[in-house]
Design a protein around this ligand. Structure first.
Ligand SMILES: [Zn+2]
Ligand SMILES: [Zn+2]
Ligand SMILES: [Zn+2]
Length: 515
């Protein structure tokens, strides 16, 4: 069953914006444009005029004798080749240079200059691709109750992982679990406020007869869909939605609900699910008297959000409208994170003294991003490592609060590692590998990846590139369709939120997962 993530529809918007953003971003770097967000739209016209001028010049010059292309033209030329065929991203420098010369016969440019420029723009490909798997740290998970046939093994190579303790037959239910941290759907926040969706699970409420059954909040206008939801959320709800913060009384009230409601609106405007999620996670941690939830979250595979961002920045995929082209400048991203941190601190005035400094905040965000499934955090499931041909099938339930079930996708032998897929296995190998590298920091070397790459090499050498290209194009087109149709949970965000682009990476770069 395909699981559609909220991040889908962002992609739909993104696809229209990317080409333009790319040009702007490159121009910005070269022409030293202001990085001020609000100046962006006024720069738009200016930029498009410049683009036209450059285009016209290009044409007239190309007809004449050899020219030395401007660095921007050169980088644009390379990017055009990458966009045209994702296989071009894997070309070595000399082949890339040759292809560039073929397309622009009158360009006078050395291989060295192409390399230098790509390096300058952080676009150098192949071996130098940034991975951060070695930056991901994890610890032994405290107080975890594991399913009968499963154990956790820690290896230096793969970190924590789940392994079969006994043989498991295909189709067997290996375990089921509910969320360690349940994150209500951000998209439904406004409906929740109006009492039209459950305050906890976000389920739409068809009528308000439920007030008669005692499912309403006696302080605010929010409602729950069931007694179970009300009971689960009651304490958290009160703390987040109408707690009175008293700065004089330290430690007893550590949540400022006014600031939370502001943060909630801010996250909705910015489409920033990760900030919303870690705020709810931290509130849960504070309210957990046993302290176990905090320790468990802290022991998960951890990485700082700014490290993840580096992988995106060094990816040619950032220029590809299908693969999550979130091109933006570093300062913009940092400004936004800092703004998010300030808002977080207003919700939890004691957080800084409780160890959540800005650095830790980025870690929380990174940790959430690499561990969440369907926006929520599951404890046991978060231990599953990736394989493009996984031996388990993770199925989330129709009713989100029911959690998930994990089945054996084939016979599994005792001692085998249990795996899931973080990406859509139907996507072309290059796309999968880029998505895994950017989102989770590693280069996949699974059997399926190896055999897919082999097949491609063979096809290339026997019948030329035509068939491969056509295949890849078709797959990309299918993906595009899939992404375009994914706008189920969330309306297309309003176009006005310019800075939304900068937070995209705080969600997954990839939107489709087959569960
Ligand atoms: Zn509910
Ligand atoms: Zn209430
Ligand atoms: Zn793989």
């Amino acid at each position: 069953m395909p699981v559609l993530h909220i991040s889908h529809n962002k992609r739909a918007v993104q696809q229209n914006e990317t080409a333009f953003e790319l040009t702007i971003s490159l121009l910005r770097k070269n022409l030293d444009f202001s990085t001020n967000y609000s100046s962006r739209s006024s720069n738009m016209e200016e930029v498009s005029q410049k683009i036209e001028v450059i285009d016209i010049n290009d044409k007239s010059k190309e007809e004449e004798g050899p020219i030395v292309p401007h660095e921007r033209q050169l980088v644009d030329g390379v990017i055009a080749l990458w966009k045209e065929d994702s296989n071009n991203e894997n070309l070595g420098m000399s082949k890339l240079h040759a292809l560039l010369r073929e397309r622009h016969p009158n360009w006078s440019v050395s291989e060295k200059r192409v390399k230098t420029l790509l390096k300058k723009f952080g676009l150098l490909q192949s071996n130098q691709q940034f991975t951060y798997a070695n930056e991901i740290k994890s610890e032994v998970t405290p107080d975890i109750v594991l399913p009968e046939k499963v154990q956790i093994v820690m290896t230096s190579k793969r970190g924590k992982g789940l392994y079969a303790k006994k043989d498991i037959a295909k189709g067997d239910l290996i375990w089921e679990e509910t969320q360690l941290f349940f994150i209500p759907p951000l998209a439904n926040v406004n409906l929740i406020k109006l009492g039209k969706a459950c305050s906890y699970c976000g389920k739409l409420l068809e009528n308000t007869k439920s007030t008669l059954r005692g499912l309403d909040c006696n302080v605010c206008s929010e409602l729950w869909c069931s007694l179970a939801c009300k009971k689960t959320e009651a304490n958290l709800h009160g703390q987040l939605k109408h707690n009175v913060y008293n700065p004089g009384k330290k430690s007893s009230k550590t949540i400022d609900s006014g600031a939370f409601l502001e943060l909630q609106d801010y996250c909705l405007t910015e489409q920033w699910n990760a900030l919303y999620a870690i705020t709810i996670i931290y509130a849960n941690i504070l309210l957990d008297k046993t302290g176990v939830k905090g320790k468990q979250f802290r022991a998960m595979a951890r990485v700082s959000q700014d490290i993840r961002y580096k992988a995106l920045n060094s990816s040619a995929g950032a220029f590809d409208s299908l693969q999550g082209g979130a091109l933006f400048v570093q300062e913009q991203q940092e400004t936004l994170w800092k703004e998010g941190y300030e808002k977080f601190l207003r919700v939890f005035p004691n957080a800084a003294s409780e160890g959540i400094d800005y650095r830790e905040f980025l870690f929380m965000m990174g940790t959430y991003n690499i561990n969440n499934l369907d926006s929520c955090i599951f404890l046991t499931q978060s231990h599953l490592n990736h394989n493009c041909d996984p031996n388990t099938s993770v199925e989330t339930q129709q009713l989100r609060t029911s959690g998930l079930k994990v089945f054996a996708a084939r016979d599994i032998r005792s001692g085998e590692e249990l795996t899931t897929t973080y990406v859509n296995p139907a996507h072309p190998v290059q796309q999968r590998q880029r998505e895994l590298r950017v989102n989770w920091g590693f280069t996949c070397a699974c059997t399926k990846c190896k055999s897919d790459l082999d097949t491609q090499h063979r096809r290339k050498s026997s019948s030329g590139q035509a068939s491969t290209r056509a295949d890849v194009r078709k797959l990309l087109a299918d993906t595009s369709k899939e992404l375009g149709e994914g706008s189920i949970e969330l309306g297309i965000p309003e176009q006005s939120g310019e800075r939304r682009k900068s937070v995209r990476f705080d969600e997954k770069v990839v939107a489709v997962e087959e569960a």
